[in-house]
Design a binder for this molecule. Sequence first.
Ligand code: HEM
Length: 211
Amino acid sequence: MKFLAFAIFSCSDCKTFYFAGQETSNTLLVWTVFLLAVHTDWQEEARKEILQLFGKQNPNPDGISKLKIMSMILDESLRLYPPAVAIPRSTGREVRLGKLIVLANGDLLVSVLALHHDPQFWGPDVHLFKPERFSRGVAKATISNVGAFVPFGLGPRTCVGLNFAITEAKIALSMILQCYSFTLSLAYIHSPYQNITLRPQHGLQVLLQPL
Ligand code: HEM
């Protein structure tokens, strides 16, 4: 009986990890490739950093922890196109949020998209791709409102796969940038839409140039 309960628990845990980890990471990679295909100056900067750290070798843990430009690019990509556009919460008891009173047993959706695109926190250039805004950390980027940058959620239920996802994205992007330069294809139609995660509705078409 104990074994059966463990097997059911493990099986559902595996499904959670697969569901929570696969589509989100995939989406992060897609939007980052899109942004680098448009902003080829940042693509060059990222490649320079990667070639300095790894040359043409596979990325290693020591070098991955030193990828500063890449970290800024990933943060800016997660800000503009957060894979999870909203975070669900329920109230156990009545709570006051500023002028707002939320009743007990209420369901809330915190819009990550709205927080990430609010000029109050990010400044008037909020809609622009500017990885340099993260060069001195999230607090500086958000004018001291760290709760305005929540691609992985916030509090005790923060995404457990955060570090794994970022490391995975850094490895995949490093390996792509070592081998190819890329630009956006004319076939691409910009239409971000939400289908569980925030995705490009018609896919992402890029032109790859082997290096
Ligand atoms: C770019 C990639 C990812 C993004 C943007 C992302 C985003 C999120 C967000 C917004 C939440 C909700 C947090 C909250 O309610 O405060 C969450 C929860 C979770 N994520 Fe991720 N995630 C990513 C990758 C992963 C990966 C790779 C895994 C596993 C290998 C994973 C496993 C989970 C699990 C298990 C939860 C539920 C945690 C809990 O309720 O205690 N995620 N994620």
